[in-house]
Design a protein. Sequence first.
Length: 419
Amino acid sequence: MSTLILGGGVTGLAAAWHLQQRGEAVEVWEAGASVGGWMKTLPWEGGHFETGPQGVLWQKGTAVDRLFSAIDLPFKSPGTGARWVGKGGSLIPVPASPPALMFSPLMSVGAKLRMMLEPFQPVRPAEPEEGLSAFITRRLGKGVATELLPSMIAGVLAAPAEILSVDAIPKLRQWEATGSLVNGIRKSGVSHMVVPEGGMGQLPIRLASKLGAVRAGLRAERMELLPDGRWRVSGGGEVREADRVVLALPAYEAATLLGPVAQQSAEALAAIPYTSVDLWHSRHAPLPALKDSFGFLIHPPEGRGYLGSLVPSWMDPQSAPDGLMQLRSFIGGAFGKPADLEAWEGVYARLKHWVPTLGAPAAVRHERAERAIPRPELGHRARVKTALEGLPVGVDWLSNARFGPGVRDILEGLETWIG
């Protein structure tokens, strides 16, 4: 069996690695100049910065652990750093454990009392598809859905929780299937945020190094079914024939290729929206309050387009030169970007609002992540199902829009896919 994988992000490369482990002949085409897609670690004046995820949730014996071990990728965990939610004009600590939420000012007393009843709520069938806010309201109460959920989801998907499907966070349905969220979390155990040595970009680089044929700078332009049932793909002056083609691409890119050969799938994938985010990387004199900090998220009604900031230099000390603290601030997304956040001065003013002692930056860098985050709005499950059902024999589509937003979701989804 020969397989051509289109897309050299972590999804395509990990899929290729799994297939190669089964003895299949695999080739990967990546349109960009280097592998990784949005997951790249780029150099920056004595350190580096991430264009994609800052880390990955790891736990012994999971898909992430198995892959990292198999490809000999060393990693480190910064531990359980402090986290805050910006709400009511100040940063409020987020407890490290769910029980500790009962003593947090993040939520009202009524919301906390309702949350305690979660284990006694009945489990609903997976169908029909449920909205994310509706799911949280049903299981944990309206207080959690309105007082805690919005900032958490804005920090992960850069979108309002009320427009999303529960499938935006696949773990929720998996946990509920065990009887309750509390039971599911207890059974799954505690995951730790880890960062590969050298940054997240080392994951796709290491995967590519384990594969026999990875072609960067080669964009597929056309797919066609051959009389013998095989597929021909052409692009960039190259032509390949393969028994199977795997589109490890964002939904909108896969839709373009599928249009002439699978209209139903193309239309369903084209209907999946994506979100763009502005990223501001800045370096400052260290602050004691942020020394061991994961960062903070801002409650959306108060953020007004400012979603929050992470502290990459805590998660990965190599990201910043000695003596400096590095921040990564997220702007816009589906919430929109007001005029005062178009330039660094406005972003810095927002940072100072929440962290008044933050000094002026020693260096600043801006990146635009265009259509980087899939937005699984209500109806997402039906769109994905329609897309997969319409795929011709010998063609598949893999993406974080199919498996879930995080690296952990992707790697777990790929293990299920490979069987």
